[in-house]
Design a protein around this ligand. Sequence first.
Ligand SMILES: C[S@@+](CC[C@H](N)C(=O)[O-])C[C@H]1O[C@@H](n2cnc3c(N)ncnc32)[C@H](O)[C@@H]1O
Length: 252
Amino acid sequence: MRMRFKPYARAELLAADFHIHDPFHLQGQWHAQFARPAQPMMLELGCGKGGFLSQLAAAHPENNYLGIDITDKVLILAKRKIEAAYAAAGRPIDNVRIMSADIERIGHLMTPADTVSRIYINFCNPWSKNASSNKHRLTHPRQLIQYRAFLADGGEVYFKTDDDDLFRDSLGYFPAAGYEILWQTADLHDPEPDWNIRTEHEGMFTEMGIKIKALIARKLPGDESVTWVEPKRRAQPDEAPEHAADPAGGAE
Ligand SMILES: C[S@@+](CC[C@H](N)C(=O)[O-])C[C@H]1O[C@@H](n2cnc3c(N)ncnc32)[C@H](O)[C@@H]1O
């Protein structure tokens, strides 16, 4: 269901000191945005209404969390859920930040100095209407290679989705982008791991009877582990064909 424009959202977000107003000036300074900068930093990409982020961050003061979404329409709900979760826990909101940004441009936001220990990607848009849209997927190798710049060697990506095609393709995307898949399941709720926190979309898809697919991948060190080649252009008739390692069978 399409969400309505919320004219009050920007002003309310700007009044929250855990909302990052101007992220593009913070390259190399992300750890310093938290009360305890030495703690591990974790990202949620496409945090939506914030049910997952608010519960996770409030329960783990030993980590710092940054939630990113492209639209204020959902971030405003995340802001309110974070306030409620921390009030319930009786804790100051000192280890979570949220911001509005396009994750496809995350390479302009974060540098290797902004080392991230873990990335969560929950129910990102599947972009599966046609093959040319796949490159917008947050698990597409184009994205996973961007994350390598700031994800620690050995850092993990936790990925959940309802979408069979996106999950199948992602099982190829991760190895092609230099990640090893440590664990995977075709039914996250049978049995449900004790670390799982259900997101808003997870609840909705589960009610519809759709099984939740999930994996945990670990970044391998060294760019030689990356086999993905961006198919930038078609080979000219007199050129040898480029061999793009495209696990999805031509995602450009
Ligand atoms: C299907 S919703 C899932 C929300 C939440 N993670 C959940 O599981 O309930 C996908 C979210 O990703 C966000 N999103 C999609 N593409 C994005 C992008 N390129 N940059 C930032 N956010 C994006 C959308 O705005 C939306 O809130």
